[in-house]
Design a protein around this ligand. Sequence first.
Ligand SMILES: *[C@@H]1O[C@H](CO)[C@@H](O)[C@H](O)[C@H]1NC(C)=O
Length: 388
Amino acid sequence: MKVFLLAVLCLSAHTVVCRLSISGDHFYEGSTRVFLSGVNAAWVYLGTDFGNNQLDSYRLSKYTDYIKQVQSNGGNSIRIFVHDNCETTPDIDSNGITQGPDKSGTLISDLKKILDVAETNNVLVFFALFNGAQKKTDHWKLQGIIADDNKRQKYIEMALQPMVKALGNHKALGGWDIMNEMEGIIKVEAHAGDSCFDTSFLLKSGAGFAGATYSAQDLQRFLNHLANGIKQADSAALITSGSWNPISNTDMFGSQNLYNDSCLRKAGGKQQGVLSFYSTHTYAKADTCQCHYDNISPFHGAGHHKSDYGLDKPLVIAEFSEKKGDGWTASQQFNHAYYYGYAGAWGWQYKQESSDADEDTAAVINAGLQFLKGKTDASNGGTVNFHL
Ligand SMILES: *[C@@H]1O[C@H](CO)[C@@H](O)[C@H](O)[C@H]1NC(C)=O
């Protein structure tokens, strides 16, 4: 009903921008159910692409090329990293206090340039703000935002909300991914008082791989407050936070969904500080000699259906590769996501100079995108190619 009303509004009032929305387990453009088929084009130079006049003609031409390739191969969405470890944005002073989006005042206009190219090509952009998968020298700035209430609030007011207000009405903005793989910096510890904050189920999972620094509650409070800040600035914004493995994003399989609404609210106290959809990453492990997927992976064995995770929101498989795919081709992976209840699939990753062992080349991911090109099956994934 909500979706239908929105569609009517979109057609009748030109001032209303039709944005990606969610109903139940699926995404919609107007009243059309859509499947997010796309790629990570996470960076040209990680942490130094946007703001401070850094989006030069080389970087912009690379992102333009990525977006055009997604479009021409039949994809519709792209995931891009923004602050990473706060190497260059936001503008944080020596006391850890955020002064603005960036020093030179170009962060917002740089992101808008990307969105403008994306809109022309009918591609949706998802901005991943921070990164928990790597702890770098600049991490102390991010540490303040995660763990200090005052510093977090300054980031929200001085950088996050200005970005969200300026970009929230852009048709090509798909949503905000608050932190890539927070499990990299999570502490594995028992918490007898509350299952939301007990991470002992992550023992031996590899969680804490970037340096176990924060309790689950610290990270959940950070997510809750940032999500709340985004919603205050744009009530229709779509929000996720990419989990490193579905193990911490589901209550099934004897696991615990650290991202569920009640846990985020319990940690941070903000009623509207919850995620709009879930997104998770999955790779066959290199450290197991056969390189198999773990048994919770969407691609384990013959593959899990989205319903196996018992989640009450859409689920995007937001990182995966054929290279670490245990014999699954990219086409099979995209196909599985489309037909088995997921709301999207984003291959890792598009950066073509890449020589990282985890990463697929653009050509490999493009074969996966082409597999879903033009699909409109409303009883499975939905429409893949749409006009913004
Ligand atoms: C979220 O997880 C907590 C802790 O396991 C649980 O008590 C609660 O019922 C879950 N909430 C939802 C909405 O699934």
